[in-house]
Design a protein around this ligand. Structure first.
Ligand code: HEC
Ligand code: HEC
Length: 278
């Protein structure tokens, strides 16, 4: 009578111990994740672009910004995009591409392009935040185009964002946004180190092979939700405890099962040995 009761008690204690080992409070998890270089890069790049003056319809940059930007343009961009951004054989016309395209290309370091052949990869920006602001003002002054989207992830719906991402983005970027190959040697890049505003800009502008998703396709609210979901994929929470390297739920469950049962068995053996020696 006593032994089964003791065994049951011991198993409960052992399972609780395993549970406590595997459970970690949310705060204990945050230091290692925020110190990782990829997630640290995202808020940094989005905070620089949020210092830009709010861009709306008709653009309200001070005139001197565009004038300063033209000086940078005439040294760094004119060889490919031509005087006044009319375009050359080496680069498209920038008239009417708007602030969003210019900010996206400069914040993700795609411009200035080193090699006009092939896809321009994302790199650390070549210009300071102020220089980017001036260049963006100049390109925006060339003709009315898509303004920099205002991103408000606090108003976002993560579930809707997930649905929209899987339906519209996952085919190219992968369900976990790790990127993937496309036809003709091009690729959809990983989205794990791109800032919030740049995600929204990419959606509205459609760089390279990526389609344009305008206001008729996604409302601003839906865009917020997509941005929130991509940001979530960059640093998913692990409410169940350790992520175990995200090897997958079946493998992780199996590991916990085998580990847990082994610990319980060893514990049970240990108790019964003590009892017989008494
Ligand atoms: C070596 C040539 C080259 C230089 C230098 C260059 N660009 Fe480009 N740029 C390109 C090419 C080619 C494309 C189109 C390919 C692409 O979108 O990746 C492009 C695309 C762009 C676009 C997107 C246009 C669109 O239709 O959406 C913007 C904006 C832009 N460049 C701005 C700049 C700015 C600003 C500079 C200077 C800081 C610059 N570029 C320097 C070649 C160049
Ligand atoms: C047809 C394939 C395709 C689809 C669908 C697509 N993308 Fe892209 N995306 C690309 C390609 C290709 C690039 C790289 C463009 C370049 O640099 O020339 C890109 C670039 C991006 C970037 C810039 C990443 C960086 O490193 O700077 C973001 C952000 C992005 N996409 C988000 C999205 C989101 C969000 C969706 C869904 C709403 C989406 N994409 C749908 C192909 C796609």
């Amino acid at each position: 009578m006593r032994r089964p009761a003791l065994l049951a008690g011991a198993s409960v204690v052992a399972l609780t111990a395993i549970g406590m080992l595997l459970w970690q409070p949310a705060q204990a998890q945050s230091p290692p994740t925020t110190s990782s270089s990829t997630t640290a890069a995202a808020p940094a790049s989005s905070s620089t672009s949020s210092t830009l003056p709010p861009a709306g319809e008709g653009i309200g940059y001070p005139d001197d910004y565009a004038a300063i930007g033209q000086q940078y343009f005439d040294t760094g961009c004119v060889s490919c995009h031509g005087q006044g951004g009319v375009g050359t054989a080496d680069g498209p016309s920038l008239i009417g591409v708007g602030a969003a395209a210019a900010d996206f290309m400069l914040q993700t370091g795609r411009m200035p392009l080193a090699d006009p052949q092939g896809q321009s990869p994302s790199k650390p920006p070549a210009y300071s935040p102020q220089e980017i602001q001036a260049l963006v003002a100049y390109v925006a002054s060339l003709g009315e185009g898509t303004p920099i989207p205002r991103v408000d992830v606090d108003a976002a719906d993560l579930v809707e964002g997930g649905e929209l991402f899987r339906a519209n983005c996952a085919a190219c970027h992968g369900a976990a946004a790790v990127g993937g190959a496309l036809s003709h040697g091009s690729y959809a890049p990983s989205l794990h180190s791109v800032g919030e505003v740049q995600i929204a800009e990419a959606v509205r502008v459609g760089p390279g092979q990526m389609p344009v998703f305008d206001e008729d396709t996604f409302t601003d609210e839906q865009l917020n939700s997509i941005v929130a979901y991509v940001t979530y994929l960059q640093d998913p929470a692990d409410p169940g405890g350790f992520s175990l390297g995200r090897i997958g739920p079946v493998a992780e469950g199996y590991l916990i099962w085998v580990l847990g049962i082994s610990v319980v068995l060893v514990f049970v053996r240990w108790i019964t040995r003590r009892r017989t020696h008494d």
